[in-house]
Write a protein that binds this ligand. Sequence first.
Ligand code: PGA
Length: 223
Amino acid sequence: MKKTYILGNWKSNKTLAEAIAWKQQFAQLIPSLPSDISVIVCPAFHHLPIFEEVTSYAIGVQDISPFESGAVTGAISAEMVRGVAAYALLGHSERRTKFGETDDVVAEKVIRVLAIGIKPIVCISTLDHVNALHEKIPDFGKTGMLLYEPLFAIGSGNADSPENANSMARKISRILPVPILYGGSVMPDNAKGFVNTMYLSGVGVGGASLNAEKFSQIINAVI
Ligand code: PGA
């Protein structure tokens, strides 16, 4: 059975109190999930302890240091989140544009998380990103996942069509045959269209994941 992934990326949002309130509300709305649905929540680093005992969904980090633990001020290394994060979202377009992250830096991060047994989910918006990843990490196909996000669709309320996203996912899967999610303005009313396509395995949700009710509506739409 094809596994469906629903990933929530909180980006740079929520105080500790807001994260706790979200977690409590979400537990009431979605007490359990069918085995073919995998929900991954990516809060901020300082929220991670709140989620330590959660078992019905997985936790991911939104980024990771390209360096090992040590004298790297301000960085969170893969070793530091061992046992807490099952996934790491890497190379988001906001990291690529606002922090100047190159394909080389993204590949370093992939290497760091793989060394700790954390699954990398690499965000890509072009086939060049996919080719670069494949070239730098030949084994990526064994464990990784991809989140395809066309830039125009991120935070715009203007999602791509499932047909276009599926056609891009088909091209991506010829280079890297891994689970591919679609992201960019995913909402309760459009999520199912992406999940129902042949080459997409789920959705990545930014803004709508901040609201536990909206995020649970997306999950319920897909189940
Ligand atoms: P959005 O963000 O759902 O707010 O468009 C998607 C993303 O960047 O992951």
